[in-house]
Design a protein around this ligand. Structure first.
Ligand code: CTP
Ligand code: MG
Length: 188
């Protein structure tokens, strides 16, 4: 059995995804915006992704998430030392504390790709840009980030499950904060 405190390492692993997803919204601060689907329609005559998915947002999120992840990789030995002062870290969790540059890149990239997949699904379900889609809005980026990340460093199932449960709550909270700070138009 994993000590419950180690569930928190899930946050450490997925942080670049949270950052990538959160900072994509600042793509809107860049004046010239280029939508990723280029305004093109899908066979159902609706936008492929919609105007809310821009290259500016994509690269703003990817750069932020990746840079943050690199800071984590640099800080990881200190976190490891701290943990080992108080707890015995199970061997399989070492890669989750130490991370790696390719891992944090893939986690950040996965988050942005997942966000695009989420928008693609929303458009197919005829949900307009910016309208809420429960589950999709909160989990698209997370699921894709975990799948991308697992290609490099496996995540224990219980930690993945923990992230699936707590992320929607954090996501909602973050969006309400973003709305209050006026960087988002709607609190979801
Ligand atoms: N954004 C962006 N490019 C991205 C992702 C996000 O420019 N790749 C910006 C857009 O201004 C977007 C805002 O961040 O409106 C919030 O992102 P999100 O909630 O994911 O987009 P929605 O507008 O809700 O669009 P959708 O309905 O497709 O989810
Ligand atoms: Mg949205």
């Amino acid at each position: 059995m994993l000590h419950p405190i180690f569930l928190l390492l899930g946050f450490w692993y997925i942080f670049p995804a949270y950052i990538a997803n959160g900072f994509a919204v600042f793509g809107r601060l860049i004046k010239s915006k280029h939508s990723i689907d280029g305004g093109r329609l899908f066979i159902d005559e609706r936008r492929i992704l919609g105007p809310g998915k821009t290259w500016e947002g994509f690269f703003c999120g990817l750069t932020s998430g990746f840079l943050f992840g690199i800071l984590q990789v640099l800080a990881a030995p200190f976190l490891l030392a701290l943990i080992e002062q108080y707890l015995v870290l199970p061997p399989e969790l070492y890669p989750i504390v130490l991370l790696s540059v390719p891992l944090v890149f893939l986690v950040a990239l996965g988050a942005l790709v997942g966000d695009l997949i989420g928008s693609f699904i929303k458009r197919r379900l005829n949900i307009a840009r910016g309208r809420p889609a429960p589950v999709i809005d909160q989990l698209d980026f997370l699921v894709a980030a975990m799948i991308f990340g697992i290609l490099i460093t496996p995540l224990p199932f219980i930690i993945a499950l923990f992230l699936l449960i707590v992320t929607p709550l954090i996501h909602l909270l973050a969006n309400v904060v973003g709305y209050l700070l006026r960087v988002k138009d709607v609190p979801w």
